[in-house]
Design a protein around this ligand. Structure first.
Ligand code: BES
Ligand code: MN
Ligand code: ZN
Length: 474
């Protein structure tokens, strides 16, 4: 139950209070809860109400109760609920409405948050964590919006399942989460739905295709690289698919251009783009989204060794364009460019790549918004809008020609780096040279895919919400 600032109750709250023999107004009057955002109070006095407990949640000013505040209130509720052994809960938090979200959004946020907060990392080699006791959630909403709420709950559940999958893949250490492991995950996922098929290309296949750029990144690793193709048919065969490409570097040491040791463990998250592409596919299957979706995942390790690519080496990409590898740590773009070229055969309605591509985007936008770059205003706007609607925010950066010119090389068609300045943009400019004639967008998620540091360290599951929102709107 929401309690708004200065102890105000909504209209539904007043009715419940009457049923509960004024148990709610009594604790408000006694000063036990005032309605400040984040406050919680559990009551066992419930009068004639057919409930064993009432959890009061402070929601702040009633007029300012928007999606962001609602999310916080739902989160505060689960923090209490998931610590107890309760089996079911009934949510009244959206009963009086949210200023910028309807029944669909309220139910969706509830389902998503349930998954997010109950997520526990499954340690490899250990038994599954104990199942949570909370089994059933209900939401109280005006009955004329019943269908919208049901749809919201189902979509939110799909997004939640997808995000947890993304987080598991991201958090799994690189000695377990290898390219072959990801290929296995794709095969397992494909078995869950007839609409989904998968194909795994080996290094020999890639060689035949001419993926010299991708192969140059795996050259130093003893783990075989894989190119994962997942195809989901949710619409008529004739409908052009959305193609999503996810960067799948299962560990990025930097290669011969070796990274410094501090926080290098975080480079296990360098397959965050791939993990979120997996999550989106999982969500699409779960929800039964009515689009055709292709997911492409180039995956390998970036390792230094006697067989590794050296700075100054020139490699030939599948597109025929040659690349001078001036820095082996700019490897993401080298695997993505061949995947983007491969994507051409699907004649995509839209081509979207997701990658933990540059440290520079963390400096530019921090951990709040991801970087968005595109050769199409229409696609960029659609993705920005989807991010806004799903509270999974992006911000567009430009791709003007003067940035693109920074990739000049004396020895090949282009260099793989453009210098220190505008590093996020020059990385995207590099990719843009492989997407001409296709509607393409690039999401640089280096800042948002995971939390570093010591507390709450781990994969965030972003940008699964943004992409599922985009697919649903498409
Ligand atoms: N995987 C990194 C980018 C990254 C950095 C992700 C920090 C998450 C957190 C990428 O492969 C990389 O090393 N990029 C270089 C590019 C540079 C050599 C042009 C970078 O950002 O320093
Ligand atoms: Mn790198
Ligand atoms: Zn990388």
């Amino acid at each position: 139950m929401p309690v708004f600032a200065s102890g105000k109750l909504g209209s539904v709250g007043k009715a419940i209070d009457a049923l509960a023999a004024k148990a709610i107004s009594a604790v408000i009057k006694a000063g036990d809860i005032s309605g400040k955002a984040g406050e919680v109070l559990l009551l066992t006095e419930t009068g004639a109400l057919p409930a064993e407990r009432i959890l009061l949640v402070g929601c702040g000013e009633k007029e300012a109760f928007d999606r962001v505040e609602y999310r916080k209130a739902v989160q505060a509720s689960f923090t209490v609920l998931l610590n107890k052994s309760y089996a079911d809960a009934l949510f009244y938090l959206a009963a009086d409405g949210i200023s910028n979200g309807g029944a669909y959004r309220s139910a969706r946020i509830l389902a998503e948050t349930w998954h997010r907060q109950s997520y526990r990392f499954r340690q490899p080699g250990k038994p599954k964590p104990a199942e949570q006791s909370l089994k059933k959630l209900s939401i109280i909403i005006d009955s004329k919006h019943r269908d919208a709420a049901k749809k919201g709950f189902a979509d939110g559940n799909g997004v939640g399942v997808g995000m947890s999958f993304t987080r598991d893949l991201g958090n799994t250490p690189a000695n377990y989460c290898t390219p072959s492991y990801l290929a296995g995950q794709a095969r397992t996922l494909a078995k869950t739905d007839k609409k989904l098929t998968t194909q795994i290309l080996t290094e020999a296949n890639m060689k035949k295709l001419g993926m010299g750029s991708f192969l140059s990144v795996t050259a130093g690793s003893s783990e075989p690289a894989k190119f994962i193709i997942m195809q989901y048919q949710g619409a008529a065969k004739t409908k052009a698919p959305i193609v999503i490409v996810g960067k799948g570097i299962t560990f990025d040491t930097g290669g011969i251009s070796l990274k410094p040791p501090a926080a290098m463990d975080e480079m296990k998250y360098d397959m965050g783009g791939a993990a979120s592409a997996f999550g989106v596919m999982r969500a699409a299957v779960e929800i039964g989204i009515k689009v055709n979706l292709v997911v492409l995942i180039p995956t390998c390790e970036n390792m230094p060794s006697a067989t590794a690519t050296k700075p100054g080496d020139v490699v030939t990409s599948m597109s025929g364009q040659t690349i001078e590898v001036l820095n082996t740590d700019a490897e993401g773009r080298l695997i993505l460019c061949d995947a983007l070229t491969y994507a051409r055969r699907f004649k995509p309605a839209a081509l979207i790549d997701i990658a933990t591509l540059t440290g520079a985007v963390v400096i530019a936008l921090g951990k709040h918004r991801m970087g968005l770059m595109a050769n199409s205003d229409k696609l960029a706007n659609a993705l920005m809008g989807a991010g806004d609607a799903a509270d999974d925010l992006a911000w567009r950066l430009p791709l003007d020609k003067p940035y693109n010119d920074l990739l000049k090389s004396n020895f090949a068609d282009m260099a793989n780096i453009g210098g220190r300045e505008a590093g996020t943009i020059t990385a995207a400019c590099f990719l843009s040279r492989f997407t001409e004639g296709m509607e393409w967008a690039h999401l640089d998620i280096a800042g948002v895919a995971y939390n570093g540091g010591t507390t709450s360290k781990g994969s965030t599951g972003r940008p699964v919400q943004l992409l599922v929102e985009y697919l649903l709107q498409h």
